[in-house]
Design a protein around this ligand. Structure first.
Ligand code: HDL
Ligand code: ZN
Length: 418
């Protein structure tokens, strides 16, 4: 809608949607952030922002330095290299670069000086807890779901010791090693006291369930989550499919937890990029269809990594009420694809989905990831409400608020409570 030609009613609706959606707090259902108790795992500040693996990948499009030479540099030097390549020698026009600038501007910093030392000095003066609270406020985020893996040697000991939880942080039990690398996972569980063997006999299956139950209780998991390669098949004879069928799904039914599946990742397509080296592949979503159809008592959350899988994912959500789709994940988390995906989802699913999660790894990123997504979601909602108004159906501010709360975590909470 062109503002110049907008009628008074259209201008009033636009102002209402802007204000209400802009002020609706978000439940961020998938991030890689940590409760402040994980102090040494919590990434924040300018050097973590600049060395985010998205920017590492983009900087190697220009940088000719040998990968191994880059990886041995101190983080601050890596950040300086990335700043030089992506911000000084080339305009910071990509979504990841723009995000850094959105965040710095929101924090009240002057980016036009292009003064990295000054930016560093500012962050050095910030107190972590106060800074985190400011980021939550500026991002409009009320609750953050972490990604918690018992297989992470840095994270596991703190959970085993126990700590006082911060009320803003919930947990999700990440089980990739169990499902995509069982032969390596089995001896680790055995070392932790679970009588597991690589052979998936009944004893092993019941011990895997005990492992899942112990960790679900320990972290108070909201859901279980796995990312899957494009070719993953269910049902199937593979260890992963067997463990899903005989351990994960019965566990999720027993604890009434959703199982989040995220197909489409090709891990380490360029291992020299380390965490930045993963790629994307077109998934066979018949796997997800089979999961939903064969397990009507289970609840499934799903997001996909390939743009080309998004339409089929939407149609699957229309077929299965035990499927709740969410987010514009990773390589899809760019304005053009958030717009395309959210528009398609609203047109096919109404409001019965969760349009976004941040996937943030650096605390400050919450600001840009949510400001950029909120902008797109607001514009899509306004257009759809305007279409309704053209039929004579005028949404009320209360209804706009209800819809926004639904999209920003309400639908997810409702799905989890079922
Ligand atoms: O597997 C995942 O949860 C992905 O989100 C990866 O962590 C990926 O590295 C990422 O950070 N994407 O945004
Ligand atoms: Zn993630």
């Amino acid at each position: 809608m062109k503002p110049a030609s907008a009628t008074p009613a259209q201008k009033k609706l636009a102002a209402q949607v802007e204000k209400i959606v802009g002020a609706t707090p978000v439940t961020d259902i998938h991030t890689h952030l940590y409760d402040p108790a994980f102090r040494n795992l919590l990434a924040w500040g300018i050097d973590d922002l600049l060395t985010y693996h998205y920017l590492v990948a983009e900087s190697f499009r220009h940088c000719t330095m040998p990968y191994e030479k880059f990886w041995v540099l101190p983080k601050a030097r890596q950040a300086e290299l990335i700043w030089q390549e992506l911000f000084i020698e080339n305009s910071p026009i990509s979504e990841s670069c723009r995000g850094v600038l959105t965040t710095l501007q929101a924090l009240g910093l002057d980016v036009k000086k292009r003064d990295l030392p000054a930016l560093r000095a500012w962050f050095a003066r910030q107190k972590p807890d106060e800074h985190a609270a400011r980021c939550l406020e500026l991002a409009g985020v009320a609750s953050i779901c972490m990604t918690n893996s018992p297989f992470d040697d840095l994270e596991r000991p703190l959970w085993e010791r126990g700590f006082r939880r911060d009320k803003h942080f919930t947990a999700a039990l990440r089980v990739d090693p169990l499902l995509v690398a069982w032969p390596e996972a089995a001896p680790r569980l055995a070392k932790w006291g679970y009588a597991t063997t690589p052979a998936l006999n009944q004893k092993t299956i019941s011990e895997v369930r005990r492992f899942l139950a112990d960790w679900t209780r320990r972290i108070q998991a909201r859901y279980l989550m796995v990312s899957l390669p494009p070719h993953f098949q269910y049902p199937g004879p593979d260890d992963g499919a067997q463990l899903i069928e005989r351990a994960v799904l019965p566990h999720c039914r027993e604890f009434n937890l959703p199982f989040a599946v995220m197909p489409g990742v090709k891990r380490a397509v360029n291992p020299q990029l380390q965490m930045a080296g993963d790629g994307v592949g077109l998934s066979n979503l018949t796997t997800l269809q089979n999961l939903c159809a064969a397990n009507p008592e289970n609840k499934f959350l799903a997001t996909v990594l390939a743009r080309e899988n998004q339409h089929e994912l939407c149609v699957l959500a229309r077929k299965f009420r035990n499927l709740h789709i969410f987010g514009c994940w990773w390589f899809l988390n760019v304005p053009s694809l958030i717009d395309e995906t959210t528009r398609m989802r609203v047109e096919l699913l109404g409001l019965s989905f969760t349009p976004q999660h941040s996937d943030a790894r650096v605390f400050d990123q919450l600001i840009y990831k949510w400001r950029h997504s909120r902008r797109v979601i607001t514009d899509v909602l306004l257009e759809k409400y305007s279409d309704l108004a053209a039929t004579g159906w005028t949404v009320t501010p209360a209804e706009i608020g209800r819809d926004a709360r639904h999209l920003f975590g309400g639908a997810f909470e409702e799905f989890c409570r079922r």
